[in-house]
Design a protein around this ligand. Structure first.
Ligand SMILES: Nc1nc2c(c(=O)[nH]1)N[C@@H](CN(C=O)c1ccc(C(=O)N[C@@H](CCC(=O)O)C(=O)O)cc1)CN2
Length: 291
């Protein structure tokens, strides 16, 4: 069996097309959504992500506000910028790119963003709303991962899901979304006993652990949906660097029913969902739809 490839790049492109239609309608009503992205420092990967976010924001017709601050920026300076963006009526969404330099406490900064402009879904208010199924803004990577799963299968009720990784950004919100979809969910982490055996029972396997190709083909249940959230840069035997996920793709593809590639799987959905969250936040904040 060769698994169906879940083409995140194509699915993200379709989502952006739909968003462009919504943005055009809002703009015609005098409500053009705006997204502010803040980058502190010169981390090369973050620079690429921020550039792509700004470009795609403009491509769907939204207003992009980009702030690039030096790596030496102090926490108070960053908090002052967040305050200004909170108060700016043209800004519907604020994203502070992670990781931040060591002199800045990310938790403090993320909590300073108004929950209604927190398009990353990292503020405790949004975390609580999502966890209790009461609405809120859903973090982009888990939201994109759910959208990918639902292209394969709409009704997930009763399926066994295993999420490897318990980060606040991916693992924990992913668990909440799968639970809300009716799955029986197990969260695995570094202390989990017999991880391969646990994974073999998963109808849906989400790998978000940050370890290159850790999940092997014989960890995958035949026919399972495999979502690879990992983005790891490795150097091959030929000395060339390439991106791999947390799943050994070729091995897993021979067993799974459907699988996301890296690159071209979850990554593109993360940015498309950021745009989706911004459009949603703009519509709520400007009272075009109920919260
Ligand atoms: N404030 C945030 N910071 C970070 C987040 C986040 O959601 N919010 N997530 C990651 C980085 N990230 C978005 O910011 C991100 C990562 C990867 C991709 C992506 O499209 N990856 C491509 C490969 C890109 C490459 O060649 O390097 C792919 O998988 O196809 C988009 C966004 C950490 N920080």
């Amino acid at each position: 069996m060769v698994a169906q490839l879940i083409d995140g790049k194509a699915i993200a492109a379709r989502l952006r097309q739909d968003l462009a239609v919504e943005v055009a309608a809002m703009t015609a009503q005098g409500h053009r959504p705006g997204l502010a992205v803040v980058l502190v420092g010169e981390d090369p990967a973050s620079q690429v992500y921020v550039r792509n976010k700004a470009r795609q924001t403009v491509e769907v017709g939204m207003e992009s506000f980009e702030y690039r601050l030096p790596a030496s920026t102090g926490q108070d300076e960053l908090l002052a910028l967040v305050d200004r963006l909170n108060a700016d009526p043209a800004v519907d969404g604020i994203l502070v790119q992670l990781p931040l330099p060591p002199q800045i406490d990310a938790t403090t900064v993320l909590r300073a963003i108004l929950p209604e402009k927190d398009v990353d879904g990292f503020h405790p208010t949004n975390v609580g709303l999502v966890a209790t199924g009461a609405g809120g803004i859903v973090p982009c990577t888990p939201l994109g991962s759910m959208m990918l799963i639902e292209t394969v299968r709409r009704d997930l009720a009763g399926l066994n899901a295993v999420v490897i990784g318990r980060s606040n950004i991916v693992g924990k919100p992913m668990v909440q979304l799968l639970l809300a979809a009716g799955c029986t969910v197990t969260v695995a982490h570094s202390k989990t006993v017999d991880l391969p055996g646990l994974c073999r029972r998963a109808d849906i396997l989400v790998a978000a652990v940050g370890r290159p190709e850790m999940v092997r083909g014989d960890w995958v249940k035949p026919g399972a949906i495999v979502i690879d959230v990992g983005i790891n840069r490795v150097t091959g035997a030929d000395g060339k660097s390439r991106l791999v996920g947390d799943v050994a793709f070729a091995e897993a593809q021979a067993v799974a029913g459907a699988i996301t590639p890296v690159p071209g799987g979850v990554g593109p959905m993360t940015i498309a969902c950021l745009l989706h969250n911004t459009v949603k936040a703009a519509a709520v904040r400007r009272s075009l739809v109920p919260a």
